[in-house]
Write a protein that binds this ligand. Structure first.
Ligand code: HEC
Ligand code: HEC
Ligand code: HEC
Length: 414
């Protein structure tokens, strides 16, 4: 068959012929195309908050109530309880508290306030109208459609009474904040730097995955074959492969990343059941990335389906989701390089090249899809299963913003 195409090609070298020869010279990797690549029904990880946030938008559906058109009118001046208000602004059970983004005078002294929003320590001198303060807290979008402030009232996190108490408290704030230590001041707090050598097994416990994967590589699966049988030298065969992932997979009509590829390819070749987010899958993903370490991220951004996926991914990164109504770009765009409480918000560049990554705070490896999931559940949005097509689009978009960054896997992050 191949000989015939080549022979014809000699007679009439056309574009179609060249394309045909290319398709023949590169075999397609066998993939399981029917089953899901992660557990169904998807069950949230043990230890993650069990809240049901189905009333609010996710990356899969838009259901949150739209922005109110006009500010709510008050029936008189606000006479709330400032003392109650002082407690409410620091109540972390209400979506993280106001201090996550604002220094608020004395209240700001509580615990590592953030600086995504302005320092409100002297808001009491600013001559703001009650109606303004009430509505800014109730749903700031009526004044600023671009705001990153959650619609505290609109999404039911605080009731009218509580918002009035917070307004009363804000009106008492008239003196600059005094911080107990330099660390409490988000303007002075140094950004975190990870100094450990992430590829040194003595320093990065995540390196267990590389060892485990090398054993898995040689182990026969239920079909009586191992990865080794077909790929005798993994180090040469996959020296750059992971740096080109994720990519559009026409057979599945979606973007597939390394982890989903591993699930589907293992099932179709060795018969192994390595669903996404299992130890085996994570280990193999780390290993395949590890083999490509040092190579710059270079995903397909030019083919028509890749372009369309990146466009969709970008839209998803800008979609407001969950009870707190955040888009990825609120924290990693508008608020990037600020503190949200004690957590430094990074820019998208540099957020991809080290995944899967070792999380020191959790003593576990997270792949990129689990990171996406946490960045949803943490803002009170329901996550999607890790193999959701939306995450594929988002991953390709994120990878495209990281083009040229060199892979260094497993990374180490707090
Ligand atoms: C995710 C970060 C974030 C959180 C959490 C947050 N804010 Fe804000 N807030 C902002 C930002 C940013 C602004 C600046 C204006 C804007 O972008 O809309 C702002 C502005 C304000 C303003 C208007 C200030 C002015 O000059 O008139 C008030 C009042 C306010 N916030 C109160 C609160 C209260 C009360 C809470 C807690 C219930 C809170 N904020 C929680 C980010 C936040
Ligand atoms: C029965 C043979 C067979 C087995 C077993 C097998 N593979 Fe493959 N694999 C292939 C073929 C065929 C391709 C297509 C490209 C090529 O020829 O290298 C491929 C491609 C790949 C690629 C590159 C994908 C691409 O799009 O170029 C990776 C990574 C890979 N395999 C990993 C594995 C892993 C991990 C295992 C063990 C779970 C495994 N393979 C088991 C046959 C196999
Ligand atoms: C409320 C703010 C917030 C939102 C919204 C948010 N994130 Fe995050 N994200 C964080 C914080 C905090 C971290 C941990 C600190 C860091 O590395 O930036 C983080 C970390 C990450 C990382 C890992 C960075 C690294 O270098 O290890 C990625 C990737 C990421 N977020 C992607 C997303 C995506 C995609 C979305 C949207 C689906 C999103 N985030 C939404 C706050 C947010």
């Amino acid at each position: 068959m191949r000989g015939r195409i080549l022979a014809l090609g000699v007679l009439a070298a056309t574009v179609t012929m060249t394309a045909g020869v290319y398709a023949q010279s590169k075999k397609e990797a066998p993939l399981e195309l029917k089953a899901d690549a992660s557990a169904r029904p998807w069950k949230r990880y043990n230890g993650w908050p069990a809240r049901d946030e189905s009333k609010f938008s996710t990356l899969g559906k838009v259901v949150s109530l739209p922005t109110p058109k006009t500010p709510r009118k008050l029936d008189g001046p606000i006479t709330g309880d400032a003392e109650k208000g002082a407690k409410l602004v620091a109540d972390r059970n209400r979506g993280g508290s106001c201090l996550a983004c604002h220094v608020m005078g004395q209240a700001g002294n509580a615990d590592l306030p953030g600086n995504v929003g302005p320092d409100l320590s002297e808001i009491g001198n600013a001559g703001r109208e009650d109606e303004w303060l009430f509505n800014y807290i109730y749903d700031a979008r009526v004044y600023n459609p671009e705001t990153v402030m959650p619609p505290w009232g609109g999404h039911g996190l605080f009731n009218d009474e509580e918002i009035k108490d917070m307004v009363a408290f804000l009106k008492t704030l008239k003196k600059p904040a005094v911080f107990k230590t330099a660390l409490d001041n988000p303007e002075k707090r140094p950004a975190p730097v990870e100094k450990r050598e992430n590829l040194d097994p003595m320093e990065n416990p995540g390196m267990w995955a590389v060892e485990k994967a090398q054993d898995l590589w040689k182990a026969n699966g239920p079909a009586g074959k191992s990865c080794q049988n077909c790929h005798t030298n993994a180090a040469t065969a996959f020296k750059t492969w992971a740096a080109s992932m994720p990519k559009w997979e026409p057979r599945l009509n979606k973007v597939v990343g390394v982890e989903e590829f591993v699930t589907r390819h293992a099932k179709a070749t060795t018969g192994a059941d390595w669903l996404m987010e299992t130890d085996e899958n994570r280990a193999m993903s780390v290993y395949l990335h590890f083999l490509a370490n040092g190579n710059p991220v270079r995903v397909d951004t030019t083919s028509a389906p890749a372009k369309a996926a990146i466009e969709r991914g970008k839209e998803l990164a800008n979609r407001k989701v969950g009870e707190l109504n955040f888009a990825c770009t609120d924290c990693h765009g508008k608020a990037a390089n600020h503190w949200i409480r004690g957590q430094w918000l990074g820019e998208p560049k540099g957020q991809y090249d080290h995944f899967p990554t070792w999380r020191t705070s959790l003593q576990a490896i997270w792949d990129i899809r689990q990171r996406f999931q946490w960045c949803q559940v943490n803002i009170r949005a329901d996550e999607l299963p890790p193999d959701a097509k939306e995450y594929g689009d988002l991953e390709l978009y994120l990878a495209s913003t990281n083009a040229g960054q060199k892979l260094s896997v497993p990374g180490i992050r707090h």
